[in-house]
Write a protein that binds this ligand. Structure first.
Ligand SMILES: [Zn+2]
Length: 114
């Protein structure tokens, strides 16, 4: 699996970066260092902020899952192979999205739920 050593390093680095980001988001949501007392307007702003942070947290978690799966695929020799049709994923697509698990054709057909 020498071929993907470099990719694996990239993925692991992305994973560490995302975990750091997730930590920061989680701390922000918990208001670790902000006082609890707030007037109504500030509270509303804070709530809107929480929703954004929730969204960011969820997308970071999704990305972390995808990256972990990609690392597992490198380990079991399935990396770079489309999970839907078993065709190789193009190098261009892998370069743009190293944790991609489907080829461009399946990804464009899949739609949001599949
Ligand atoms: Zn495919």
């Amino acid at each position: 699996m020498k071929e993907y050593d470099e990719v694996k390093r990239t993925l692991v680095a992305m994973l560490e970066e995302l975990n750091l980001r997730l930590d920061r988001i989680t701390n922000n949501v918990r208001h670790a260092d902000t006082p609890i007392e707030k007037d109504f307007e500030e509270q509303a702003t804070q709530n809107a902020n929480d929703e954004v942070m929730d969204y960011l947290g969820n997308s970071a978690r999704t990305e972390i899952d995808l990256i972990k799966q990609a690392v597992a695929r490198i380990d079991n020799g399935r990396y770079g192979i489309c999970e839907v049709c078993d065709e190789p994923i193009s190098k261009e697509r892998l370069a743009a999205l190293p944790y991609s698990n489907s080829c461009i054709k399946c990804a464009s057909q899949a739609g949001p739920k599949r």
